[in-house]
Design a protein around this ligand. Structure first.
Ligand SMILES: [Zn+2]
Length: 320
């Protein structure tokens, strides 16, 4: 990794790498963790630029019916079946046309998307549901606790709701309400939805299997186990009641999964570019990464438990 970071990239590393946070945020030219926690707009602006959320990238075939069709920083996944397509996540508002182009480059049509699903209801993943639904007439299927924030554009989000006009996305009607363990089926593809709350109450981890070259691969898309600047994850007044227990249950659910192939909702989580490069010579083997999955889960879990410890060691306010 390059050492020469722009201030923005360095600031985002503050977010991404809790261990480096204190050292980096001590530099006066960078926003501190506290500033980012207070100013949602600053957080959004920095993350958007540094993590290339709005930058197009080439689509790529992963295995069987599964393709990556997202932006350079935000994952969108296409399952192309004999009966039409399933789309998982859209990126930010405005990403829709990039996803449509990617689908076209693969030789498919975005108009053939029949079902849209998501990992959680924030704008960087649900941003263009309204656009994609209008274009395709697809059914939008969302885990029950996130339905309200999808339908009201983010107004009811426990953390970003107060800034929903900047942090939210165009509201869109949900067609199917999912519950923990429900399945979404189309053609040869069956996806199981696990409610893995914490990041939002309706965060969803999707699990499926795909077949490539006569081999069966288990696939998981973990979501919901990370926290953002300004979240209160523990103590007497967490961001929502029951949050601490939700996160721990989510991390446990993730630990029970043993996927061969996995996809994070942010591309840096699973090294999209590295795997894409290796896939040119190795094929599907480049996407098989059970150890990377275990590292990801362990990293999210330890960052969370460290945050719990920090919050619990703060002096408690009077009367709490
Ligand atoms: Zn989020």
């Amino acid at each position: 990794m390059s050492i020469l970071l722009s201030p923005i990239a360095a600031a985002v590393l503050v977010l991404a790498l809790p261990a480096a946070a204190q050292e980096l945020s001590a530099k006066p030219e960078l926003p501190t963790k506290e500033q980012l926690a207070k100013d949602n707009n600053l957080f959004l602006t920095i993350a958007r630029k540094a993590l290339k959320w709005d930058v197009p990238t080439e689509p790529v075939h992963i295995a069987g019916p599964l393709y990556f069709v997202g932006t350079a920083g935000l994952s969108s996944w296409l399952f192309a079946t004999s009966e039409g397509h399933i789309l998982l996540n859209t990126g930010m508002p405005g990403s829709g046309p990039m996803i449509v182009d990617s689908i076209k480059k693969l030789g498919f049509k975005a108009e053939d998307i029949k079902i849209i699903i998501n990992g959680h209801g924030h704008a960087d993943h649900a941003g263009d549901f309204a656009f994609m639904k209008k274009l395709s007439g697809a059914q939008l299927a969302i885990m029950e606790p996130d339905v309200a924030m999808i339908e009201d554009g983010g107004k009811s989000d426990f953390h970003y709701g107060k800034d929903w006009k900047i942090m939210g996305q165009p509201p869109v009607k949900v067609d199917r309400v999912l519950r923990d363990g429900d399945t979404v089926k189309l053609g040869e593809v069956i996806l199981t939805a696990y409610n893995t709350p914490g990041h939002t109450r309706g965060s969803t981890t999707w699990v499926t299997t795909v077949v490539e070259g006569g081999k069966v691969y288990s696939v998981a898309f973990p979501d919901g186990g990370g926290f953002n600047p300004g979240y209160r994850v523990a103590g007497p007044a967490p961001s929502y009641s029951g949050m601490t227990e939700d996160y721990r249950r989510t991390h446990h659910t993730w630990e029970m999964l043993k996927p061969d192939i996995w996809g994070g909702h942010h591309t840096e989580y699973f090294d999209l570019e590295g795997k894409r490069e290796r896939a040119k010579t190795e094929g599907v083997a480049a996407w098989v990464d059970p150890e990377g999955y275990r590292r990801f889960v362990a990293g999210k879990k330890s960052a969370f438990e460290k945050e719990v410890d920090e919050e619990l060691s703060e002096p408690q306010a009077e009367g709490k």
